[in-house]
Design a binder for this molecule. Sequence first.
Ligand code: 6PG
Length: 242
Amino acid sequence: MTTKVVPGLLIAAPDPEQAAKEAAHRMARATREAIGTRGRAAIALSGGSTPRRAYELLAKDPKVDWSRVNTFLVDERAVPPTDPRSNYRMVKEALLDRAGVQEDHVFRMRAESSDLEDAAREYEALIKKHVPKGAFDLIVLGVGEDGHTASLFPGRPEVEITDRLVVAVPAHEGREPRLTIAPPVIEAARHVMILAFGKAKHEPLERVWEVSGSAKDTPARVVRGARGTICWVIDRAAGGMG
Ligand code: 6PG
């Protein structure tokens, strides 16, 4: 028998739409609080399919002053920014364009670069320049069916990196190369929000919530090392309730 303890706050909504509303509301609140306290906010957003609706709802929130927000990406696939698989493209379409965010407040990862190492160093320098102490006010993460988060994949060394903020991830098991934030960025964030919808996410969530386990096997366990607040927004199916 394994012991499970959810680190942080768990919001289990009845369905994906309600979960997206909860997530958008909390993203807006974390962003507004940062602006209220420090005059500016820095947020890092994941791609994938799960957060799209939450971003659309966030874009409609009139209380977020986007002129005071710098938006970064959590990870990016090695495709042009116009490619349907581009995380930047998804975030742009769902949130940035709808909210009218100025281009110079958006920092996309140049994962289409032929030199991903160089692109990783460049993004790390951007974070150091614009995000005091590398501490984002909000990081939005997803969980993959294999237990990955960001582009930290099972069995790969990136999840154990302690001295970098951004790293290149080579092509692996049919996936294109990627750029990803490294664990120290997740650990330093003021708020970490993880979104997981659908029954395929139930098993990986259970592995993340087990008290003991390996981040090498289930990289989303890096969230357990976060020093800020952790909030899980899931639907019933991801919670194993139908
Ligand atoms: C990506 C992501 C990744 C994502 C999970 C969940 O580039 O794929 O940033 O970490 O959050 O894979 O993806 P879904 O939301 O599509 O299930």
